[in-house]
Design a binder for this molecule. Structure first.
Ligand code: HPA
Length: 247
């Protein structure tokens, strides 16, 4: 039976309806993950849940120990990862409440521990990252949304900024010129580390605000939380639908 890890982002800190629930405190050679792993069975399928920012949410994007998170999931037997991300939207179709299964990444983050292959190497390792997301897992997410009759955009370029501050309007204009459709702060190094560990990885992003400078209003946390509260049930429905279709 394959084991699916779910990395919950802002607004998703637990999986409702988990059977055979177990909370395990783990440690890795890279340190402790953001939170204990929560294992169990959802829709008949084995899952491991990890709250990326801790539970309660206390770890900002640039301080997440991504190596520990990915290693802990691998050590616990995960074979694939569905990452949940709250993002800002640039593409005209990717406004608040839109769901996006991204197909590409541009990494603007810096200063994060972004590789398992840095020290004590027998040889230098360069993994292929032409297509950062697993196409089979992406297709499963897209099919699951369609079975739930939930509208979803099936491609988009995720630009990963450093945070924790949001972008300036001029930065968003530059990101748009680069081809970025949605902006978040956590896809990297997470996706790259998943690739290094040979874990299938895909993201289901919920757009929670228009990117900076795209509307007259400034971005407020109140508005972001409102969209997270209304949108996370759709995210969960899609994840459950993927699991229901998993052996
Ligand atoms: N920019 C970067 N990260 C984000 C945003 C944003 O506008 N919204 C949610 N996460």
């Amino acid at each position: 039976m394959s084991v699916t890890a779910i990395i919950g982002g802002s607004g998703l800190y637990a999986l409702e309806g988990l059977e055979e629930r177990n909370v395990i405190e783990v440690d890795t050679v890279w340190g402790a993950p953001s939170a204990p792993l929560v294992t169990g069975v959802l829709e008949g399928s084995r899952v491991i849940f990890l709250a990326r920012h801790g539970n309660p949410h206390r770890i900002p994007p640039h301080r997440v120990n991504y190596r520990a998170n990915l290693q802990a999931l691998k050590d616990a037997g995960a074979s694939r990862i569905i990452a949940i991300n709250a993002v800002g939207g640039i593409h005209p179709q990717m406004g608040p409440e839109a769901l996006v299964v991204a197909d590409q990444i541009i990494d603007y983050s810096w200063g994060r521990e972004h590789t398992f292959h840095a020290d004590n190497l027998d040889e230098v390792v360069h993994v292929d990252f032409s297509y950062p997301y697993s196409e089979p897992l992406r297709q499963q997410l897209i099919a699951a949304a369609s079975r739930c009759s939930l509208p979803l955009l099936d491609h988009g370029v995720y630009g990963c900024t450093q945070g924790p501050r949001l972008e300036s309007a001029a930065e968003v204009n530059r990101l748009e010129r680069d081809g970025v459709d949605i902006i978040g702060m956590t896809a990297m190094p997470e996706a790259g580390l998943a690739r290094e560990l040979e874990l299938d990885y895909a993201t289901l992003a919920l757009v929670v605000n228009w990117a900076a400078g795209r509307t007259e209003e400034l971005i407020t946390m109140e508005e972001i939380h409102r969209v997270i509260d209304s949108g996370m049930s759709s995210v969960l429905a899609i994840v459950k639908q993927v699991l229901a279709a998993t052996d």
